[in-house]
Ligand binder design. Structure first.
Ligand code: ADP
Length: 346
């Protein structure tokens, strides 16, 4: 059973999405962090606008919740054009893409989330669209099959993926700009929370937002989500304002620890430590042990545990580090313990 996590980086329901929408920065100047991307993107946008041309195709990649969709909105806003959104799994047949592409206006932005999940047929269909702004659409089949050449308006495709490595080389090479989004530091997350708390009209004691930022796993979506949980708690159990005690109690109730790890993160570490004796263990084996989707572990759980040095990836699989074992309060196994145990196993 997949656990519905308060700190999952994944998008959830519609209410969540409309909340995200209202929290989204609308322009590059409102965007916090990602300096590297911001500067390059800002130059590319200004240059394209000066030349009166659409922007080149862009690929944003990085873990969920770091701002890929937000950046697509910002690109369209800054270019003064419309944004159309779709996603890899939603575009199955050529016809699905055809509808999108033929309705696109000059300079518009087409955002495709999870672009690594496009089918091969759709991917091949969009190559000429990306390169020459035309598509070859096949109507009928067999003897009557005809290929019709459709010219398109010049548009910008913005792709987002959590796994740039799964993108085929021909698709990847058709993006003119590739930007990797990084985890945010606590200072940047605090700024994001200050902005969100302002939009939500929340009263906060000094230092409370820093406490939430420290438990947000470097991810704005998680920061905003935790802020919402704490706001609910403050409204029901307190007087509405945020204090250190309210934050601590609310997050304790969500079983989020001081590093922002939740039950699933801890189960991941505990399985590695106890079921697999510290590792190495393959991701499929871990997914089976935890009853979780392999993709969730790879996209959401593992990247942060790797980032904070609690897990390492080796050729033979995942291993827990000393820091990871320590965080769980487990005794760090020495090589000798392990050798003794394997002798015992025999
Ligand atoms: P992704 O597409 O990478 O999964 P989103 O763009 O949907 O992530 O961002 C998730 C949430 O985080 C949104 O609510 C957005 O408002 C917020 N967010 C992301 N990046 C930033 C940022 N740089 N500054 C402020 N808020 C951000």
């Amino acid at each position: 059973m997949a656990i519905d996590r308060v700190i999952s980086g994944n998008k959830r329901n519609e209410a969540e999405e409309s909340f995200a929408l209202s929290m989204r920065p609308q322009s590059i100047s409102e965007l916090i962090g990602q300096e590297n991307v911001r500067e390059k993107l800002s130059i590319a946008i200004t240059a394209a606008k000066q030349r009166g041309e659409p922007l080149e195709h862009i690929l944003f990649y990085g873990p969920p919740g770091l701002g890929k969709t937000t950046l697509a909105h910002i690109v369209a806003n800054e270019m003064g054009t419309n944004l159309r959104c779709s996603s890899g799994p939603a575009l199955v047949k050529q016809g699905d893409v055809m509808g999108l592409l033929t309705n696109i206006g000059e300079g518009d932005v087409l955002f495709i989330d999870e672009v690594h999940r496009l089918s091969t047929a759709v991917e091949e269909f969009i190559y000429p669209a990306m390169e020459d702004f035309k598509v070859d659409f096949t109507v009928d089949s067999g003897m009557h099959a005809k290929t019709i050449n459709f010219p398109l308006k010049r548009f910008t495709l913005v792709g987002a993926t959590t796994r740039a490595g799964l993108l085929s080389a021909p698709l990847r090479s058709r993006f003119g700009m590739l930007y990797h989004l990084e985890y945010y530091n606590e200072k940047q997350l605090t700024q994001i929370l200050q902005r969100s708390a302002g939009l939500l009209d929340l009263k906060c004691d000094d230092g409370t937002l820093e406490l939430i930022a420290a438990r947000s796993r470097g991810t704005p979506r998680i920061a905003n989500r935790l802020l919402k949980r704490v706001r609910d708690y403050a409204q029901v159990k307190g007087s509405g304002g945020l204090s250190g005690e309210i934050v601590d109690n609310a997050l304790k109730m969500e079983r989020i620890d001081i590093l922002g790890l939740d039950e699933l993160d801890r189960s991941f570490l505990r399985s590695l430590a106890e079921v697999y004796d510290g590792g190495p263990a393959g991701i499929e084996a871990l997914a089976a042990t935890l009853g979780e989707e392999k993709d969730t572990l790879e996209d959401v759980v593992e990247p942060y545990l790797l980032q904070i040095g609690f897990v390492r990836r080796t050729k033979r699989g995942r291993e827990i580090t000393q820091a990871g074992s320590k965080h769980l309060g487990l005794k760090v196994k020495t090589l000798k313990d392990r050798t003794d145990r394997s002798l015992f196993d025999k």
